[in-house]
Ligand binder design. Sequence first.
Ligand SMILES: [Zn+2]
Length: 138
Amino acid sequence: MTQNHCAFCDICPIKQAGATIEHFRPTSKFPLLACTWTNLFYCCHACNEQKGEEFEETLLKPDEEGYSFDYFFVINFSSYKLEPNPQRSEAEQKRAKDTIRLYGLNDLDRPEDRESVLARYLDSNNPDKDRFPYRYLF
Ligand SMILES: [Zn+2]
């Protein structure tokens, strides 16, 4: 379903990043959802570790109706950090901001990694976006 990408940060191939299953609503707070299909997401180790047992109702769920990356996020091409889309409402921007923070989407070496992926993509002779992480860059 995710074409071997993390449901949150879009890194791929996810197996090299430590594939795991994210409980969107953490098991410690929502034990009855521990095995509920709609609560489980194919996820990289970094996203899963960063979020841990945290949860906020404002978090963006990748499969929620109407969700699209471009609607909620923009990329700052100076820093390669994700930012809330300034064209959205204050509440929608808060959702994007909370999602960035809880999943650590601008932490670790992710901005530098995005910059390097974009350079590789532009140098590539194969424009198949699904072969690359961070497909929202292209
Ligand atoms: Zn991830």
